[in-house]
Ligand binder design. Structure first.
Ligand code: C5P
Length: 222
């Protein structure tokens, strides 16, 4: 099952929930691009130097691990970059912006292709990203394209960041979201667009449960 859509459409939350309901594996492909972005930052690489980024994409070790986190109950999915837990750093706007710049380099995208395809395993995989249904898993059995109005996506992001104590303005977030949309939709390689056979779900005004129900209804019809 592929779930694609712009940032803030709720892909991550929905995909994780659907994967857990189905007992399937989960691929957060954005985390791979973010991980390369973070590793490039650690190595002080120039984001405008494609050759350095491609080397970085090949050399960076990226792992996903269920781990317990100090002070929090149970375990959670953590992302290890070159062996270090970078989960929190990956979620920052800086990492997102670096990921989006790096994701525009064709050779970086091909370097990550096989890594992504290796996640395909029984009993099933929920793959979350921008080009899961169009490029990485064009033969997926089910494809979903999630959208939401830019205002609602900015609002969601605003709430998330405020809960974390990060101070931002709604206007700035809306501007960033529109800029990132434009970059992701207009780039020459794997631009963000729905697969022809994707089911579109507009999540504006819908709660998480309602969206999860709609996606599950596709996979296991009543
Ligand atoms: O989904 P997330 O916000 O974590 O993705 C970060 C960035 O990585 C996106 O803005 C996009 O440019 C890039 N990306 C991509 N293809 C994917 C997943 C993410 O180009 N499959």
């Amino acid at each position: 099952l592929t779930i694609d859509g712009p940032s803030g459409s709720g892909k991550g939350t929905i995909s994780r929930r659907v994967a857990s309901e189905l007992g399937w594996h989960y691929l957060d492909s954005g985390a791979l691009y973010r991980a390369i972005g973070v590793a490039a930052g650690w190595a002080d690489l120039d984001l405008a130097d494609p050759a350095a980024l491609v080397r970085c994409a090949f050399d960076t070790r990226i792992g996903f691990e269920e781990r317990s986190v100090e002070g929090r109950p149970g375990t959670e999915l953590r992302v290890l970059v070159n062996g270090l837990d970078a989960t929190d750093e990956l979620r920052t706007e800086t990492a997102g912006a670096a990921a989006s710049a790096i994701a525009a380099v064709a050779e970086v995208r091909s370097a990550l292709k096989d890594r992504q395809r290796a996640f395909r395993r029984g009993p099933g995989l929920v793959a979350d990203g921008r080009d899961m249904g169009t490029v990485i898993f064009p033969d997926a059995r089910w494809k979903v394209f999630l959208t939401a109005s830019p205002e609602e996506r900015a609002e969601r992001r605003y709430k998330q960041l405020k809960d974390k104590g990060v101070s931002v303005t709604l206007d700035d977030l809306l501007r960033e979201i529109l800029a990132r949309d434009a970059r992701d939709a207009n780039r020459a390689v794997a631009p963000l667009r729905p697969a022809e056979d994707a089911v579109h779900i507009d999540t504006t005004g819908l709660g998480i449960d309602a969206v999860v129900e709609r996606v599950l209804a596709l996979v296991r019809p009543a």
